[in-house]
Design a protein around this ligand. Structure first.
Ligand code: NAD
Ligand code: ZN
Length: 346
């Protein structure tokens, strides 16, 4: 079969590799029908994620058809059409029993396309298939469901739910990439007073409007803190969601938040940020952060199946599976191509 194989920083290829085989009785082999590329894959290709080594097949998002299951798999059968989640869950460890699947210590967590071979391939081995795959609901497309492999639950859980968005809140979302857009969409479910999207790219701000942002701010031209304070009697945002992953935007969120509010960090940071505890303690600011757990995937699948969220809007570009290298170029050059999510179909 063919797969996208990582060969060290800046190097990847769509190349011939052995087809995966069952390794444990809880595994499934899934034929990949639809697959996408995540911003985190670009971090990996820069060499930011040390655990990914030469020869690793990338990818942690897919929708596919189950081709083979181990003897211990109970809930998934050959022929099932499933979402392969970015988080693999053993289902039995202390963390999984708490719903903290991202922290699984039973052999799961974020392993696909990271510690084991991933989904950017014709076939993928999915460990703990019973707890790491989800049936595709009737009446929705593979592309829509694919948006719930990672970006949907990430924006919703790590941004909106960790941030404890409530009706009437003013929510500032810094970074309007696919993850920030998911947070905007998720925040709207809670009837906020205003969602303010903040991004340096005007194309991303246009997308933010389509995803429900009430106000968009480009900090290269306008002062986001002034605008948010203007909406909140000078107080600041109830919730500030960081969806970029650089120190400056984390620090901006700490300035945007009101006393008693929450900063929810979603971005993957490659280095430290300054935490002004001398200001934050007296403002009673709550700071949350985390790797997505995907405990919200069943909820999001229901919201999708009942048309309460529109995930089709994420898909800006479509490719055949064999055109993976071109798809990477399109995704990596989002400023020119205006790509949000690129989708490849077998
Ligand atoms: P992305 O790169 O597509 O989007 C980031 C956006 O931030 C872009 O639109 C960019 O224009 C904007 N931006 C950059 N610098 C800015 C600045 N100084 N001020 C305002 N906007 C700025 O990324 P994405 O795929 O949407 O992911 C966002 C972050 O979430 C990444 O760091 C990614 O690795 C992370 N992530 C976290 C998890 C998790 O489990 N916590 C899961 C998936 C992704
Ligand atoms: Zn991802």
């Amino acid at each position: 079969m063919h797969a996208i194989v990582y060969h060290g920083p800046g190097r990847k290829a769509w190349e011939e590799v052995p087809k995966p085989m069952l390794q444990a009785d809880t595994d499934a082999i899934v034929k990949v029908d639809t697959v996408t590329i995540c911003g985190t894959d670009l971090h990996i290709l820069k060499g930011d994620v040390a655990a990914v080594t030469d020869g690793r097949i990338l990818g942690h998002e897919a929708v596919g058809t189950v081709e083979q299951v181990g003897s211990g798999v109970k809930n998934v059968k050959v022929g099932d059409h499933v979402l392969v989640s970015c988080i693999t869950a053993c289902g039995a460890c202390r963390y999984c029993r708490d719903g903290s699947y991202g922290q699984c210590i039973g052999g799961g967590g974020w392993i696909l396309g990271h510690k084991i071979d991933g989904t950017q391939a014709e076939y993928v081995r999915v460990p703990f298939a019973d707890t790491s795959t989800y049936a595709v609901p009737a009446g929705v497309t593979d592309e829509e469901v694919l948006m719930l492999a990672d970006i949907g639950p990430t924006g919703y859980e790590v941004g909106v739910l960790n941030g404890r968005v409530r009706p009437g809140d003013v929510v500032a979302v810094v970074g309007a990439g696919p993850v920030g857009l998911s947070a905007i969409m998720g925040a709207k479910l809670f009837s906020p007073a205003h969602v303010v999207a903040i991004d340096l790219a005007d194309a991303r701000l246009e997308a933010a409007k389509q995803f429900g942002a009430d106000i968009t701010v480009n900090p290269s031209r306008e002062d986001a803190v002034d605008i948010v304070r203007g909406l909140t009697d000078g107080l600041g945002a109830d919730v500030a969601i960081e969806a970029v992953g650089v120190a400056a935007t984390f620090e901006q969120c700490a300035t945007l938040v009101r006393p008693g509010g929450t900063v929810a960090n979603v971005g993957v940071h490659g280095g430290p940020a300054t935490l002004h505890l001398e200001d934050l303690w007296i403002k009673n600011v709550t700071i949350t952060t985390g790797l997505v757990d995907t405990y919200s995937t069943p909820t999001l699948l229901r919201l999708l199946a009942t048309h309460q969220v529109d995930l089709a809007r994420f898909v800006t570009h479509r490719f055949a599976l064999g055109d993976f290298m071109q798809a990477y170029d399109t995704f990596a050059d989002a400023a020119q191509t205006r790509a949000l999510k690129v989708v490849l179909t077998a």
